[in-house]
Design a protein around this ligand. Structure first.
Ligand SMILES: C[S@@+](CC[C@H](N)C(=O)[O-])C[C@H]1O[C@@H](n2cnc3c(N)ncnc32)[C@H](O)[C@@H]1O
Length: 339
């Protein structure tokens, strides 16, 4: 098999399990939830038997094609043979994310429902498989889901050592942005006051409290179901000393709080523009706003104009792409320092 084809099969296999992949000389570095693996890919077209190491190092996985399959016996594990036709026909799987022990398919992408379920169950030990129907809805950004397998929709998801009790059918949660959450949280300095304006079930707030040493984290969430999970998650992660959850609309809660924060996180890309003025009023001079938006056709200028219309003195520190909503729509974060 061609090297390119084999690498593409390995990439698909790991990406649909939520790994972030970076290309290396003969494969990938795969990262998920703080753990890393080295994936080495050796195709029979590019490599001969003696070029393949006789022992696979710990945390490495080796993938070969059927023409090199006798190496399975010779090389000390872990080595996998990727069979082109059989694998793709028997286990055709659409892309999906795994939240705790629930798999969520965003789009079947033409794959038959039954085959999708078989494929996911072959790769993952999940108790429920949900299919998202349409986009996220309403102010609470909750999707509509069809159950393709299993019944239970509540689960415990673990990420960077934090446990989150979530139910994606009741309150927004996505595993896909874990790396982005970590990027933001890693910037928090000791003693900061942090505001999470659209807190959901708590993945920014709880990670901030567990990984860093802020003075406090205020987490505001309007969806009562989201707030129930947030309160529960504050308790199960033992961060009640640091995180204060407040149920309500940020437009009502923040004027009442009348407080300024060193860092304001705005994870509501759909409509964060409507809250940017409020965020800047509640952020200290020299403080930072993490402003999430959807970027269409790479028109950064439009988003930058949006900011200049709402804030007088600021500096853009960083512009980061952190996901996709469609073929030409990216989820982005602009880190803004208030001046
Ligand atoms: C895209 S979700 C992000 C949730 C969470 N930060 C996360 O990353 O999982 C946005 C959240 O903002 C909440 N929300 C929307 N409008 C709000 C408002 N005006 N005030 C407070 N929360 C709001 C929604 O209910 C939803 O849970």
């Amino acid at each position: 098999m061609q090297q390119e084809k084999l690498e593409s099969k390995v990439r698909k296999l790991f990406e649909r399990q939520g790994f972030q992949l970076k290309s290396t000389k003969n494969g990938f570095r795969a990262e998920k939830n703080n753990s890393e693996m080295v994936l080495k890919v050796f195709s029979s077209e590019e490599y001969s038997h003696d070029e393949i190491p006789a022992k696979v190092e710990e945390n490495n996985k080796v993938f070969i094609d059927p023409d090199l399959s006798e190496l399975e016996e010779l090389v000390e594990n872990d080595i996998s043979v990727l069979k082109e036709e059989k694998e793709s026909q028997e286990f055709e799987t659409p892309s999906y994310e795994v939240i705790g022990n629930i798999a969520v398919i965003n789009d079947l992408a033409g794959v038959d429902r039954k085959k999708a379920v078989e494929g996911i169950l072959h790769h993952q030990n999940v108790k429920t498989i949900l299919l998202k129907k349409g986009g996220l809805e309403g102010e609470f950004r909750v999707g509509n889901y069809e159950k393709l397998y299993g019944e239970e929709t509540e689960t415990i998801h673990t990420e960077f050592g934090c446990n989150y009790q979530v139910d994606p059918t009741k309150a927004y949660f996505s595993e896909r942005f874990s790396t982005e959450r970590k990027r933001v949280v890693d910037q928090i300095e000791d003693g900061e006051k942090v505001l999470v304006m659209f807190a959901g079930t708590g993945p920014f707030s709880i990670l901030a409290a567990k990984e860093t040493d802020p003075e406090k984290v205020v987490a505001i969430e309007k969806n009562p179901e989201g707030m129930n999970y947030l309160e529960e998650n504050i308790l199960i992660n033992n961060v009640e000393e640091t995180v204060e959850g407040i149920e309500g609309d940020v437009r009502d809660v923040l004027p009442e709080l009348n407080e300024k924060f060193d860092r304001t996180i705005m994870p509501l890309p759909e409509s964060a523009d409507g809250f940017l003025e409020l965020a800047s009023e509640n952020t200290e001079y020299n403080g930072v706003i993490h402003y999430y938006r959807f970027l269409e056709d790479d028109s950064w200028e439009e988003l930058e104009n949006e900011i200049s219309e709402k804030i007088d003195n600021y500096e853009i520190m960083d512009k980061v792409e952190c996901g996709e909503r469609g073929p030409s729509v990216k989820r982005v974060c602009i880190d803004i320092r208030i001046r």
